[in-house]
Design a protein around this ligand. Structure first.
Ligand SMILES: [Zn+2]
Length: 481
């Protein structure tokens, strides 16, 4: 709720007068009734660059990799998504919700993950959102309302997001823009919902998840709605679950073979425990896991203990966290996330060298696991071993040049080593990859004036700067057209 509120305040309220200044794409006249995939993508990108700066955006590589993995597996399971570049991300919000933005961006509330009992339940909601995107429901909904200008379209998308978790915010948006179109856009049409249910089901099935999870999760959500009365979880307000919809889903599963037992990925339970441990009051979260362990109420014992360790760290109870982590380590079922949390325990205890040792061993055990390698680079930095961090991060960067995080971390190590020109160059690429061209240019200008550059480095900086300035000019021209 807080997440969408601040997104709204930073974007929607500032919209009409400053649209170009804020770098929003020009969507053209809506009377042309053509909301192209390109315009959709640009709109999505501009919303996303705000989301990334929001404190509720979950900038946790382990959570991000998990959610993205499930999302991509679903998207790859159907030809309907061909040509769409999907991006999945998570925001910290206890409301059960997921939402699709224009351009293939799909956001998941942490509350959705913690409310799902199984991976297939979680996947069933994602599959539904993927179906909305693949059928271009947002664009079609926008086109259907051709009388409204491009600016109010943006406002509506933002308002839709905000409304999905807070009705009062929707009212604020309605005041800021014009009320009628906002109200009209809050929900997809029934026809679109039916289509997303049908295709979502096929996607879930093709990706080899348990299709029975779809009606059972939605039914459980509907049952819990009665307790909420007018304050239903966000997903239910944007996706009113009629008995008819659930009956349709059940009807579909009846034609399936009896429930195939899907072994849940342990990562689902561990990611879920992490999000639960980071939600709400820290000592409440710790108590939740302590009691679950004592009463043996858990889907996965290791995951429950892992959640306990994370909550204890949040509380600052490092001694108990360490004892629990040693317990977790004794268990036979090792997992990379158990190792990374171990490093966090030692960092919190003020023993960075021990944290380095934990992850050194982990990298040997999981040499191809990027998450462990990134965590290792992080502890090297915290132990002020910047030279080693730079060498590891440079390898990671050459393997995945499109990943902004590596540049951000490299900048930190270069700063630690006092290499100013490299620090600004790395930051420039970070800004570039996260969609801030002016930020990238500024960093390159700083790199130019740094005193520690040799001739070759300086010419590389100059060349890159010329390239980005040309791109900026081009984009400005396109916007004026
Ligand atoms: Zn829907």
């Amino acid at each position: 709720m807080r997440f969408l509120l601040s997104l709204l305040l930073s974007t929607a309220l500032a919209l009409p007068p400053f649209v170009h200044a804020q770098n929003l794409p020009d969507l053209g006249e809506s009377s042309q009734a053509e909301f192209s995939p390109h315009a959709e993508r640009e709109l999505g990108q501009s919303i996303m660059s705000r989301i990334r700066r929001d404190p509720a955006y979950i900038d946790d590589p382990e959570v991000a990799a998990y959610i993205s993995g499930i999302g991509q597996r679903l998207a790859a399971a159907t030809p309907e998504t061909a040509g769409i570049d999907f991006h999945f991300f998570a925001v910290r919000d206890p409301n059960i919700n997921a939402f699709a933005l224009p351009g293939g961006y799909i956001g998941v509330h942490s509350g959705l993950v913690t409310a799902a009992m199984t991976e297939s339940e979680f996947a069933s909601v994602l599959a539904h959102e993927i179906a909305h995107v693949s059928q271009r429901h947002i664009a079609r909904q926008l086109q259907a309302q051709s009388q409204i200008g491009a600016l109010s379209m943006i406002g509506m998308v933002i308002a839709m997001l905000a409304a999905s978790s807070n009705p009062q915010v929707a009212e604020a948006a309605a005041v800021a823009g014009s009320a009628a179109p906002v109200a009209a856009f809050l929900n997809y049409s029934r026809e679109f919902e039916r289509e997303a249910d049908r295709l979502g089901y096929q996607i879930l099935r093709a990706a080899d998840f348990d299709v029975h999870a779809m009606p059972s999760f939605f039914e459980r959500l509907q049952r819990s709605t009665r307790l909420y009365e007018n304050n239903a979880p966000g997903y239910l307000r944007t996706h009113p679950l009629t008995t008819e919809r659930i009956a349709d889903m059940q009807h579909r599963t009846r034609e399936e073979r009896p429930a195939r037992m899907q072994p849940d990925s342990r990562t689902f339970q561990i990611v879920r425990a992490k999000l639960r441990a980071e939600q709400g009051d820290a000592s409440d979260a710790a108590a939740f896991f302590r009691e679950a362990l004592a009463d043996r109420r858990y889907a996965d014992r290791g995951a429950a203990r892992y959640g306990y360790v994370v909550a204890l760290l949040r509380m600052g109870d490092v001694a108990t966290a360490r004892a629990q982590w040693l317990e977790l380590r004794k268990a036979a079922d090792s997992h990379p996330m158990y190792e990374t949390v171990g490093a966090r325990v030692y960092l919190a205890a003020g023993e960075p060298e021990e944290a380095v040792r934990v992850l050194q061993r982990a990298v040997k055990k999981h040499p191809h696991n990027d998450l462990v390698r990134v965590a290792y680079a992080d502890v090297l930095q915290q132990a002020h071993r910047h030279q080693e961090a730079v060498s590891l991060l440079s390898t990671l960067r050459s393997e995945r040049p499109g990943e902004p995080r590596f540049y951000q971390m490299l900048a930190k190590s270069y700063a630690g080593l006092g290499q100013r020109v490299e620090q600004h160059r790395a930051l420039a690429e970070y800004y570039y990859l996260t969609g801030s061209l002016p930020g990238a240019i500024q960093q390159l200008e700083l790199a130019q004036s740094a005193k520690d550059a040799d001739f070759y480095t300086l010419s590389a900086v100059d060349a890159r700067l010329r390239q980005l300035r040309a791109q900026q000019l081009q984009e400005m021209k396109e916007r004026q057209r």
